[in-house]
Design a protein around this ligand. Structure first.
Ligand SMILES: [Zn+2]
Length: 557
C-alpha cells in the first residue's frame, strides 16, 4: 500500500469494505453515526474475534481528522490499521495484542470537512460545514479560490500604509516592514477571497460562515459563543461529536487514546485549562512517563497544552477531546500534532505558537528553499497580477498552505506517519489485563469443595486506568460471579464477590526500591466452599470494564 497518499472519503469507504472482506476475523467495520451531510463516520474494531468479543478486552482508541484540513491524521490511522491487520500471525507482538486487546480506530471524524478540503475547488473550514453561529454571512472578506486555479493563496495590494514589503532576501517572499521604515513600496497581505458588502474602503476579514470547531464541542468545561468561538450551541450539539462521545461511552474498555491532528510535531497532553500543579500528581507522572516514551519513539516532544501550546498566553481552550477523555472518563489521552514544516526545513527548538508571532525573516527563506527542493512546484506560487472584481489590480501568490504547512508534501506523508505506529503498539503493551494467577479446587469432605482464586492484573495500568478514573467512578471494581448448577450451593462465600480494583505497575514508577506500599497490589484473592456432587461443573466469571473479562468452567473433582 502507498502511504504517500491522502485518502478521499470514497477511497476510504472502499478500502474498509475490502479489508472487511479480506480480514473478517480481525476487523469489524461499523459506523459511529453520520456527519451533518449524511456521510458515514467509520469505526474499525481491530481484534481477533475468535478469542472473545471486543468489549471483554482492554482497548486503545485512535481517531483522526476532526479538523477539516488535517488529513494526514487519516493516513496515519490507516497506516496503523493496515500494519496491525497484515502483521497478525506473522509478528508475535501484533498477534498477542490482537488476541488479548482491541484497537478502536476512527480514521476520519469529519468526512464533510475533509471532502471540502480535498475537492477540486477546495474550501478550507476549521471543522464542520454547517453555518455557525449564523445562517447568513457576516460582512467582510471570505476566503475563496477566486481565480479557480484550485488553490487558496494570498492577495497583495500595494498601499503606502501597508505593513509588508518585498523581501530583501528573496523577491518572491514578503517581509514585515520595520517600525522605523518609511518611503518604500509597501503592501497589505490578505487571504485570497471575496468581500461581502464592500464599501470600497474598509476591509475586515470576516468570521468564516462555517465557524464551528468540533474540538471545542466536547462536554469538558464547554463554553458559549460569547466566551469561546465555534464551540457549538451546547456540548455535543454536532452530530460528529455526539457520535464520538456516544461511541466512547459505549466502549468502557478504553484506557488509552490518541487523536491525530496537524501540525507542529508535538504530543500534547491534558490539561488545556490548568497547570500541572493542579493535576493529580500520580496521573501526571504516568502522563509524563508515557509521553517520554512517545518522544523517544516519534521524535516529537510531549508537553502540556496549558504550559506550552496556548494560542494566546492568557487564554485557554475548553471542550477538547483529550481533556474530556481524561477528566470525565479517566482515559490517558494525547493529541498528536503531525508534521512540522519549519522543523523539517531545519529550524531547531522552535517555540510553536510564539514562532508564528515573530521569528527571524531568514527562517522564512530557509523554509522556502526547503520547499523548492522537496515539495511540488505549486507549494509556493510566485506573485502574479490579477484583476479582482472588487479590489481592482492586485497580485495573487505566496504559500499554498494545504500541502506545505498544514500537511506534508505528498512524498513526505509516509515518513511522517510511520513513526507513530510503534508508539501505538507501545500503548497496546500498557493496557491493564486480568489473568488467573491461581485457581485451585480441593475436596475437603463428602460433596464439599474448597475453591481458591487469585486474580492478577498483568498490565502496566491499573484496572481503574487512572486516579481520575477512580475519582469519576468511570469503571467499577473487578467482580467475580459463580454460576452454580441446580443442586449445588455455597457454604461459604457469595455468588457475587467484589475483588476490588487492582494496581498495575504505573504506581511503581519511583526508582526507590520499595516504591509501592504493597508489591502485590496487582492481585486479589477469594475463597469459597461449595456443596456439590463430584464432577459438578461451575462457571466462574471475572468481570472488569477496563481490564477485560474472563469466563472459566471449573470441574469439582
Ligand atoms: Zn487540529
Amino acid at each position: 500500500m502507498d502511504f504517500n497518499h491522502y485518502f478521499t472519503n470514497e477511497e476510504l469507504s472502499k478500502l474498509l469494505k475490502d479489508w472487511e472482506a479480506k480480514y473478517h476475523d480481525l476487523i469489524q467495520v461499523s459506523t459511529i453515526g453520520k456527519s451533518h451531510e449524511g456521510q458515514p463516520i467509520w469505526l474499525l474494531t481491530l481484534t481477533n474475534q475468535a478469542t472473545g468479543p471486543d468489549l471483554e478486552k482492554p482497548a486503545v482508541w485512535i481517531d483522526a481528522n476532526i479538523h477539516a484540513t488535517e488529513i494526514t491524521g487519516t493516513t496515519s490511522a490507516i497506516y496503523i490499521a493496515y500494519h496491525l491487520l497484515t502483521g497478525y500471525g506473522k509478528d508475535e507482538q501484533i498477534t498477542r495484542q490482537l488476541d488479548q486487546s482491541v484497537y478502536y480506530i476512527v480514521p476520519r471524524v469529519n468526512p464533510d470537512g475533509a471532502a471540502w478540503a480535498m475537492g477540486p475547488n477546495p474550501r478550507y473550514v476549521r471543522s464542520g460545514v454547517r453555518p455557525y453561529p449564523w445562517e447568513e454571512k457576516d460582512e467582510g472578506l471570505f476566503t475563496q479560490d477566486i481565480n479557480e486555479d484550485g488553490k487558496i493563496l494570498q492577495m497583495r495590494i500595494e498601499d503606502p500604509n501597508g505593513d509588508w514589503k518585498i523581501s530583501s532576501l528573496d523577491p518572491r517572499l514578503m517581509e514585515k516592514r520595520a517600525p522605523n521604515e518609511n518611503g518604500g513600496t509597501y503592501y497589505r497581505l490578505l487571504p485570497e477571497g471575496m468581500l461581502e458588502d464592500f464599501d470600497g474602503y474598509l476591509i475586515k476579514v470576516a468570521r468564516p460562515l462555517e465557524g464551528l470547531d468540533f474540538n471545542r464541542n466536547f462536554p469538558f468545561e464547554w463554553r458559549t459563543e460569547g466566551e469561546q468561538h465555534g464551540a457549538g450551541p451546547y456540548p455535543t450539539s454536532e452530530p460528529e461529536i455526539r457520535a464520538l462521545v456516544d461511541s466512547v461511552i459505549k466502549h468502557s474498555n478504553i484506557n488509552l487514546a490518541i487523536t491525530f491532528h496537524t501540525f507542529s510535531r508535538v504530543i500534547l497532553r491534558p490539561y488545556s485549562t490548568k497547570a500541572d500543579d493542579d493535576m493529580n500528581t500520580d496521573d501526571l507522572w504516568v502522563f509524563k512517563k508515557i509521553g517520554e516514551l512517545g518522544s523517544k519513539i516519534t521524535g516529537y516532544r510531549c508537553v502540556s497544552t496549558f504550559h506550552d501550546f496556548k494560542y494566546h498566553p492568557k487564554e485557554v481552550t475548553t471542550g477538547a477531546f483529550d481533556d474530556w477523555m481524561y477528566d470525565h472518563q479517566g482515559v490517558f489521552t494525547y493529541t498528536i500534532e503531525l508534521w512540522d514544516l519549519p522543523t523539517e526545513a531545519g529550524i531547531k527548538d522552535r517555540k510553536w505558537i510564539e514562532w508564528w508571532r515573530d521569528h527571524p525573516h531568514e527562517e522564512d527563506l530557509q523554509i522556502l528553499k526547503w520547499v523548492e527542493e522537496h515539495a511540488s512546484p505549486e507549494a509556493y506560487m510566485e506573485w502574479k497580477p490579477f484583476t479582482h472584481p472588487q479590489l481592482g489590480q492586485i497580485e495573487l501568490g505566496g504559500w499554498n498552505n494545504m500541502f506545505t504547512w498544514r500537511n506534508p508534501p505528498l512524498s513526505y506523508v509516509e515518513s511522517e506517519v510511520k513513526r507513530h505506529y510503534p508508539f501505538m503498539l507501545s500503548l497496546g503493551e500498557m493496557l491493564p489485563h486480568l489473568s488467573i494467577n491461581n485457581l485451585e479446587v480441593k475436596k475437603i469432605g463428602d460433596d464439599k469443595f474448597h475453591l481458591n482464586l487469585v486474580v492478577e492484573n498483568t498490565g502496566f495500568l491499573p484496572t481503574f486506568t487512572s486516579q481520575q478514573g477512580k475519582t469519576r467512578q468511570s469503571s467499577r471494581p473487578v467482580r467475580v460471579e459463580l454460576v452454580l448448577p441446580e443442586g449445588a450451593s455455597l457454604t461459604s462465600g457469595k455468588h457475587r464477590e467484589e475483588l476490588g480494583h487492582m494496581e498495575g505497575r504505573s504506581n511503581k514508577l519511583d526508582l526507590g526500591a520499595n516504591s509501592a506500599d504493597s508489591p502485590t497490589d496487582n492481585r486479589a484473592r477469594k475463597e469459597w466452599v461449595i456443596q456439590a456432587g463430584v464432577g459438578t461443573k461451575i462457571l466462574l466469571k471475572i468481570l472488569s470494564e477496563r481490564a477485560g473479562s474472563i469466563t472459566r468452567e471449573v470441574e469439582l473433582i
